[in-house]
Design a protein around this ligand. Structure first.
Ligand code: C2E
Ligand code: CA
Ligand code: CA
Length: 710
């Protein structure tokens, strides 16, 4: 205001004319202040204004002094507040205070009207900035309130000391059930959390700690998912996500609690489903992996043993009784298994008909014991679709060693052992050894090579002569399959026939075999050797239903008389479904083909079953023949009984595996009609055998065949 000091005094004003001297002093002083000031006389004429007022009103004093304020500023006259303030100041003699907006100046003013004798002094200042800011603030705070209330989460704003300053509608309306931290405006929220924590709620304790750290500025935000027990109408627990962060860098803090119960229960449901099998509600592969991992990690943990079970012939149950019956069987099985385990053991289902039991603190010997116990689960047949079904399982057992850490290793070993057990026949269990893995790997190699073998015709036939004991003449030859493996050399049938059966290759191989054998039979016939050729046929071929067509097809193509072909089927393959077997064998025999029961005496079939089958020859297994030294009467009696029975039924009875002259003599003595074995001839190729057979024929029927070496 330095410039104001030199300013000439206004021509009229409070100091003009004969006014008292104090006025001059006052106006001098008033000139100096930053607030705008003007004086109005009794007629509301402007008598003086300071330079601040000139600036604010944007008019020089010269153009205003002496003029009526209402005329100079018409909008003032329209302002009810302004007119009233002026009147009331003069009437009451008290200071009037107002804030008004001046449209022409586009500004807010704060005005005080002060009566001074007959005049009034008007103090005014520009409060536009402040007003604008206030409006903005007001708008802002109502916006904030609206936003707060729109938040579905329970939300509170805490003061620096943790006191609740304000809460939103959700906070007030969605009161948590008793026992949970709530609180109202004015409450110390941190103290409430602390108290709930002391009452035993760990979530509340963590909340108090987190809020304290945040309020003290030690952290920038805090969040926590926690559960409150026994809430909601359902009585189950509720889950909350708590979040807290400072408002505008603090010290105040916003706290929100979001109800995440639905999400958490959906997640928990999903997590459960991801680890369980929907059919049996048992742990699935993922669940079992977890269980094995946990058992392996136990400290101090004993060995963990895994039993891998696979239902024998489950596919047949599904195929013949339907999938519903199959599902029923699996559920029943699951419940039986679950009742046989200790509480600490875990029963799970890997899928299909594969079940796994994880036994903690159980060494291999215990695993074998468990396997026995589980096999007893199947003693009682299963009631399915109105019938009682006997069911067995194959079980593989694997136990952890000191180095076992991965659940998949244990599962794989148990699986390997199960596979090996199954390949030895149904209803068995085996403990894993590394040798079993080698066996499995070899089987794999065999399996992959076999497909090629079929295509590349890597098979050959060896022939073993059959001798008629009445004439000592060779009357037939059994075809024995050999696989000439390009790297492994000659592979015996015991190594690859089971694999070929398992991989569904045996039918194709047998068709090749039938054709080749029939061709050889026809070739011998042309050479003057009227031999019967024997062909081994797998039980699976019988089950597949194509056997009759395949046999007749080969005979037709090779032009061999049907009576020169002998189809050999094992005792067990015929007795598993005797009706089906009888139908096909009967059909073959009607066409003149001959049928032999192979390996007789190794199965458990009753003689009555065998007697009912349409069969030409009983081939008595080597195991009954090898115990035949003359000084032992029991084996002779057994073989004699079989021979007597066969002959009574009109069958030929052939002793297999005759290795010594004594065995040959015994077989002859007890009444066997035919014999086969290394003593008579080893299996030979057709090229080796044909000249010998031709030479033998010239020597009037006495077998002239190579004896075993030594
Ligand atoms: P199998 O039908 O009982 O065949 C007889 C087996 O006993 C043959 O073994 C033969 O070499 C052997 N053998 C013959 N005489 C004696 C003897 O005096 N002492 C001893 N210790 N063994 C003797 P191979 O050729 O290894 O065949 C084994 C089994 O493989 C056969 O038993 C048969 O079940 C199966 N097999 C062989 N060829 C075929 C085939 O073409 N198809 C099918 N499905 N299975 C076949
Ligand atoms: Ca045979
Ligand atoms: Ca045999």
């Amino acid at each position: 205001m330095s410039g104001a000091a030199e300013r000439p005094r206004p021509a009229s004003g409070p100091s003009a004319g004969s006014g008292p001297a104090w006025r001059d002093r006052v106006t001098d002083a008033l000139e100096m202040v930053s607030e705008a000031i003007c004086f109005l006389d009794a007629e509301d004429r402007l008598t003086w204004l300071n330079s601040a007022a000139e600036r604010l009103l944007e008019r020089p004093a010269g153009t205003l002094v002496g003029r009526a304020v209402w005329a100079e500023f018409p909008e003032l006259g329209r302002s009810h507040a302004a007119v009233t303030a002026n009147r009331e100041a003069r009437r009451t003699g008290t200071v009037q205070h107002l804030e008004m907006f001046a449209p022409t100046l586009d500004r807010w003013f704060e005005v005080r009207v002060l009566p001074v004798e007959d005049d009034v002094a008007v103090f005014f200042r520009d409060v536009h900035e402040r007003r604008a800011l206030d409006d903005e603030r007001a708008a802002e705070s109502s916006l904030l309130r609206a936003v707060l209330n729109a938040l579905p989460a329970r939300t509170a704003i805490l003061d620096a000391d943790g006191t609740i300053l304000t809460t939103n509608t959700a906070w007030q309306e969605r009161r948590p059930p008793a026992g949970q931290v709530s609180g109202d405006r004015g409450d110390d929220y941190v103290a409430l959390c602390r108290a709930a924590g002391r009452a035993g709620h760990r979530g509340a304790q963590a909340m108090a700690d987190g809020l304290e750290a945040l309020l003290a500025g030690r952290t920038r935000s805090f969040s926590l998912d926690h559960a409150w027990p026994g809430a909601r109408q359902s009585g189950g627990e509720t889950w909350w996500h708590m979040q807290a962060f400072p408002v505008d860098d603090g010290p105040r803090v916003v706290v929100t609690h979001t109800d995440i119960t639905d999400r958490v229960s959906a997640e928990q449901r999903q997590a459960w489903q991801a680890r369980h099998d929907h059919l049996t509600a048992l742990p699935n592969r993922a669940g079992l992996h977890e269980a094995i991992s946990a058992a392996l990690a136990e400290e101090p943990g004993g060995a963990v043993t895994v039993l891998f079970m696979d239902v024998d012939g489950f596919k047949q149950v599904n195929d013949t009784l339907g999938h519903e019956a199959g599902d029923l069987l699996l559920r029943e099985l699951a419940s039986r298994l679950a009742h046989r385990t200790r509480p600490t053991d875990v029963v799970g289902r890997l899928g299909g008909d594969e079940f796994v039991v994880v036994a903690r603190d159980c060494p291999a010997a215990g695993g074998l014991h468990l396997a026995e116990r589980f096999r007893a689960v199947f003693d009682e047949p299963f009631e399915l679709a109105g019938s009682r079904l006997p069911v067995t399982v194959s079980i593989g057992i694997a136990s952890s060693g000191p180095g076992t850490t991965r659940p998949e290793d244990l599962l794989r070993d148990a699986d390997t052992a199960m596979y090996a057990a199954k390949s030895r026949g149904p209803d068995r269990h085996l403990l894993f050894t590394p040798a079993l893995r080698t066996e499995l790997e070899e089987r794999w190699q065999v399996a992959s090579g076999l497909r090629e073998a079929v295509l590349l015709e890597q098979f050959t036939l060896h022939w073993q002569p059959v001798v008629d004991l009445a004439t000592d003449a060779v009357v037939g030859c059994e075809a024995l399959l050999r696989w000439e493996h390009p790297e492994r050399g000659r592979v015996p049938p015991a190594e690859f026939v089971p694999v070929a059966e398992e991989k569904g290759l045996i039918e194709a191989i047998t068709r090749w075999l039938l054709r080749t054998a029939v061709e050889q039979g026809a070739a011998w016939e042309r050479a003057g050797l009227p031999l019967a050729v024997g062909v081994n046929v797998s039980a699976l071929h019988l089950a597949s239903g194509t056997l009759v067509d395949d046999v007749l097809g080969a005979l037709g193509a090779g032009r061999l008389a049907p009576r020169r072909l002998v189809v050999e089927l094992t005792e067990t393959s015929l007795t598993s479904d005797p009706e089906q077997a009888a139908a096909q064998l009967g059909e073959l025999r009607r066409h003149g083909v001959r049928v032999a029961i192979d390996d007789f005496g190794t199965g458990y079939s009753s003689l009555a079953t065998v007697a009912a089958l349409p069969v030409d020859t009983l081939k008595v297994d080597r195991s009954l023949v090898s115990g035949l030294p003359e000084d032992r009467t029991v084996p002779q009696a057994v073989l004699g009984a079989v021979a007597a029975l066969g002959t009574a039924l009109g069958m030929d009875v052939l002793a297999e595996g005759v290795e010594t002259p004594a065995q040959l003599a015994a077989a002859r003595r007890v009444g066997c009609t035919h014999a086969q074995g290394f003593h008579l001839s080893r299996p030979l190729t057709a090229a080796e055998l044909t000249p010998l057979l031709l030479a033998g024929r010239s020597r009037t029927g006495v077998p002239c065949l190579p004896a075993p070496p030594g």
